[in-house]
Design a protein around this ligand. Structure first.
Ligand code: FAD
Length: 472
């Protein structure tokens, strides 16, 4: 060990060994202390994503033990207190961390940097495909429209992923941390956790790579079928990306290699990469406008007469609006922590346009309920649907949740899967929803609602009038 210095590898949203620049940099000079912090920021994030993060942590810990016989040191406390304490105890020369460039994390990093004093806090790229300063408009600003942004990233070429370290050496004499098996990072999930467990996707880096491999092997048809509610056409990789079990650069490099080798359906795989670029766009927007989760990108939207609470919001969150596609999506999310992208758009549009409820209420509900919660994608998409985002769906384009379901779920396969009693459905998944309910919700045990075309039309008209007034 002589001549070696110890460094801290601070694990945040990068539960992987491949393409982990922070891990590789930390290992350069000697052994590392791999540390994960249970801090206020983590406990303030939504319950479902905390629950998912604990699964990522457990999978990474097991992988680390297999590789080097030691697991992750889990400490409870704030970065500004715990990192300097640990640095002093093991005489660490630096702290390396993969940057998670959201405003909450920026605050934590700033406080930690100050408290660490002479021990530098070194941020590494790993959550994005490309550094934001590599993609900018001719005048040097950030892109606000997706298409030219995506073109610019493709032209600049995302960075190549780096290999996993061959050997991981852990610093001796680390303090005793929290016991992984005793952690309960999402106590507020209540009965939901047991149900989610039954529907969970496998966590961990190996599972994410296998998922990508499987997706690319069956990518044919993705371009058309990704909108179909009744066909499992998408990759299911958003959770793994959210906790960094796989990096976007790895996804890009593997997909391009297979496109070039003719080993996947090229057009569909390219379409998939263009979706990965939507995630990238969201992050570049969030870096440009850190208030994106609580302020409309377009200022004029502060004047829109949003309603912020009431019976409509409760019915929407509790999946009893009576609109099948909206309720089915909410039930899917309550049972699995996931919701099909098209249904996210339908439910979000219904909340913001038919009910005229503030998009921030929807954003918070999704933040608490999605296992793939991602601060940038969630905020950008809510503002996109509401109409207030930089590259947004125009407000007057109001999804009709009934015709959307007819178009993308023509045999009502999705609706029957998630709505018990809907057209005689006895689906076991639909029944699982009732296992997650608090007693006071009073949801009917059979789904008996019909489509209310007149009510939808009236609400649509009211929303359009409010929009016209705002513009005047
Ligand atoms: C209101 C609303 C809220 C959303 N909140 C989130 C969120 O919190 N976290 C999240 O990861 N996604 C969010 N999305 C985007 C999208 O619904 C999910 O990324 C997608 O459903 C994930 O499924 P998949 O991995 O099978 O996607 P695939 O179709 O396989 O796409 C591949 C990857 O591309 C990215 N992607 C796809 N669509 C989008 C999109 N519209 N915006 C940004 N990235 C995209 C994701 O990283 C995804 O894993 C939201 C969409 C809406 C309309």
């Amino acid at each position: 060990m002589d001549g070696h210095v110890t460094t801290i590898f601070w694990l945040c949203r990068d539960f992987r060994v491949a393409d982990n620049t922070a891990l590789v940099a930390a290992l350069k000079n000697g052994p590392i202390a791999p540390v994960f912090l249970i801090d206020k920021m983590l406990m303030e994030q939504g319950a479902a994503s905390r629950w998912r993060l604990q699964r990522a942590l457990a999978a990474f810990d097991a992988d680390l033990r297999r590789r080097c016989g030691h697991g992750v040191l889990i400490l409870r406390g704030e970065a500004e207190d715990e990192l300097p304490k640990l640095a002093r105890r093991i005489s660490a020369s630096a702290v390396h961390v993969t940057d998670w460039p959201c405003p909450q994390m920026r605050r934590v990093q700033d406080q930690a940097r100050k408290a660490l004093g002479d021990v530098p806090l070194l941020l590494h790229m790993g959550h994005l495909l490309i550094h934001p300063r590599m993609v900018h408009t001719k005048t040097g600003g950030a892109y606000k429209v997706y298409t030219p942004f995506a073109r610019a990233v493709r032209e600049a070429g995302p960075d190549q992923p780096i290999a996993a370290p061959r050997r991981i050496e852990i610093a001796p004499d680390l303090p005793q941390g929290e016991v992984l098996d005793n952690l309960n990072l999402a106590p507020d999930m209540r009965s939901g956790a047991a149900v989610l467990e039954r529907h969970a996707l496998d966590p961990g880096e190996a599972a994410a790579l296998a998922r990508l491999d499987d997706f690319l092997s069956h990518a044919k048809g993705y371009g058309e079928d990704r909108d179909r509610l009744d066909r499992p056409a998408t990759s299911g990789l958003s959770e793994a990306l959210a906790v960094g079990e796989i990096s976007p650069r790895t996804i890009w490099a593997i997909s391009m290699r297979r496109i070039q080798a003719g080993d996947t359906a090229a057009d569909d795989a390219r379409k998939f990469l263009s979706e990965v670029l939507w995630r990238e766009f969201a992050w570049h927007l969030l870096i440009e406008f850190p208030q994106m989760d609580h302020r409309p990108w377009r200022e004029e939207w502060s004047r829109f007469p949003w309603k912020s609470h009431g019976a409509g919001l409760d019915a929407w969150t509790q999946a009893r609006t009576g609109i099948p596609a909206v309720d089915a999506g909410q039930r899917e999310m309550r049972v699995t922590g996931r919701m099909h992208n098209r249904v996210r758009m339908i439910t979000a549009s219904y909340l913001t346009k038919h009910l005229m409820i503030d998009w921030k209420q929807g954003l918070r509900h999704f933040q608490d309920s999605l296992t793939d919660w991602d601060p940038a994608s969630n905020a950008m998409n809510w503002q996109w649907v509401a109409g207030s985002g930089p590259d947004a769906s125009p407000f007057f384009r109001i999804f009709n949740p009934v015709t959307q379901a007819q178009k993308f779920d023509p045999d009502a396969t999705y609706l029957k899967r998630w709505l018990a009693g809907y057209r005689g459905s006895k689906s076991p998944d639909a029944k699982d929803y009732f296992d997650t309910l608090p007693r006071d919700w009073q949801v009917p045990s059979a789904y008996a609602a019909g489509d209310d075309a007149q009510e939808l039309a009236d609400r649509r008209q009211a929303a359009l009038e409010a929009y016209a007034k705002m513009r005047d």
